[in-house]
Design a protein around this ligand. Structure first.
Ligand SMILES: *Cc1c(COP(=O)(O)O)cnc(C)c1O
Length: 480
């Protein structure tokens, strides 16, 4: 069994083995003609059930053959131009290379004595991102597992800075279009059930600052403590960007922590033409960035950034075995002092390789392309009588629905759109998302693949319209 340990004696076998796996994936990726095979849970589950984990195959080739059956053949492939569902990006090759390197070396970024250079690389990338964000000279941050964790950590710091022990009085103000991880964080932080105040949005799905001002006043009158305003720079559904300068102004007036959730919109930090859409982000006390959404990085790659490095102390705990207090005096850089995690992947290496090979502009241009495509897609949808589209996109999502001619029953329109999404998924021809707007069912394209063309979108829209027609036909048959 020692022959499976990666070390000086097995370096050759490591090369062969990884190469074999990479070749399988490459062949699969080269051959995918649809984003999904349409396999059902009932078809796939028995194949996995049948496998006896206590009877190993003992052989890489056999394990890869099996993997084809249980995973590779039927996975959902984000690189395919007609995968337009969620905030999953196709990944860039330098980052995938980084991933291979980081798992083989297996540094853990909690302490200097488990990572050495990895710690400095991560720190440099944090500094690079805070500089792009404009957070000032005292800024800092740390890589996290994702936007959910970044939001949780930012809100932990905000709670500690709020200087009240009465958790029941704390409030977080965020728009009705913000991410559900804000609510989850409030729960994890022990806040009350009414802790999150949902601020209404305008027709473009941006937080109404008049309403925010009103809510902040109301908190004051009711002796509540607003511990944070969470503004979203790129809402998950609409890509809408809250009015950051106005929100920052209100936060300054009321002395409230401003967290900007730029999990999606962070790609604008490197956009050659759209960076101004993030104006105001430089006033934030904390920022969430998900490189695994708009920097074309493999999952996980995310960071939480703070304006004032000293606020990260709220996540600092010392253990004699790991990061003793004296290490701080000895100026040993132990990243665990800033993180909610202990053992932590060297995810930063993926972004490092990306920036060293492609450069920031390279990434930014790719993100610009998908935003341009969304703008064209919006015009196409707006001009198509079969569809109704919700808002003109600031980033790269399109929320729309099919309104079949002659159908007026809103519930029937809902059912037809729901059916179209399901039928499309079952066919594997395309993968799209769905959401609700004003309690009605809508469909959604999240565009993160520069290889997706307007023609691809037109093809998917025709498929949707066909599924809707088919549903209505069957629905008529059912009625008669
Ligand atoms: C995706 C998303 C999150 C959650 O990020 P994960 O990386 O999925 O944990 C948070 N906020 C916004 C706006 C998002 O789009």
């Amino acid at each position: 069994m020692r022959s499976h340990l990666l070390n000086d004696l097995t370096a050759e076998q490591y090369c062969r083995s990884v190469k074999e796996g990479v070749e399988r994936v490459a062949a699969r990726i080269a051959a995918t003609d649809r984003p999904f095979t349409g396999i059902t849970v009932d078809e796939l589950a028995p194949r996995i059930d049948r496998i006896d984990l206590d009877r190993p195959l003992g052989d890489t080739t056999a394990a890869l053959d099996e993997l084809e059956e249980v995973y590779l053949r039927d996975a959902v492939y984000f690189h395919h131009p007609r995968y337009v569902a969620h905030l999953n990006c196709p990944v860039v090759i330098p980052a995938v290379l980084g991933e291979a390197v980081l798992s083989a070396v297996n540094s853990s970024l909690d302490t200097w004595d488990q990572s050495a250079g990895g710690t400095l690389i991560e720190r440099k990338l944090i500094d690079w991102t805070t500089a792009r964000t404009g957070l000032g000279p005292a800024a800092d941050g740390v890589f996290t597992s994702g936007g959910t964790q970044s939001n949780l950590q930012a809100l932990l710091l905000a709670r500690e800075e709020a200087k009240t022990d009465d958790l029941a009085r704390l409030r977080i103000l965020t728009s009705g279009a913000s991410h559900f991880s804000v609510r989850k964080a409030a729960k994890l932080l022990g806040l009350g059930p009414d802790a999150v105040i949902s601020v209404p949005v305008d027709p473009d799905k941006r937080m109404r600052t008049v309403c925010l001002a009103h809510e902040l006043e109301r908190c004051r009158r009711d002796a509540l403590v607003p511990m944070a305003v969470v503004a979203t720079a790129g809402t998950t559904d609409f890509g809408s960007i809250d009015p950051l300068p106005e929100i920052a102004e209100l936060c300054a007036q009321h002395g409230v922590w401003l967290h900007v959730d730029a999990a999606y919109g962070c790609g604008l930090l490197v956009s050659p033409t759209r960076r101004h859409l993030l104006d105001g982000i430089e006033h934030a006390d904390s920022v969430t960035v998900d490189y695994h959404k708009s920097f074309f990085q493999p999952v996980s790659s995310s960071a939480v950034l703070v304006r004032d490095a000293s606020t990260l102390r709220h996540a600092t705990y010392h253990a004699d075995y790991l990061n003793p207090r004296r290490a701080v005096l000895e100026r040993i850089p132990n990243q665990v002092d800033k993180s909610l995690q202990t053992t932590r992947r060297f995810d930063a290496l993926k972004l490092w390789m990306t920036l060293r090979v492609m450069g920031a502009d390279g990434i930014g241009r790719l993100f610009d392309e998908v935003c341009d495509l969304a703008a064209e897609g919006f015009r196409m949808l707006a001009a198509d009588p079969r569809f109704e589209v919700v808002v003109e996109p600031a980033l790269s999502t399109l929320v729309f629905r099919c309104i079949p001619a002659g159908v007026t029953d809103p519930a029937e329109i809902d059912r037809a759109n729901l059916h179209a999404r399901k039928a499309l998924f079952a066919s594997g021809d395309a993968v799209i998302a769905g959401t609700t707007v004003d309690d009605r069912h809508y469909l959604k394209f999240t565009l993160l693949n520069p290889e997706t063309t307007l023609d691809d979108l037109a093809v998917v829209l025709d498929l949707i319209a066909n599924h809707v027609e088919q549903y209505l036909g069957e629905s008529l048959d059912r009625a008669s």
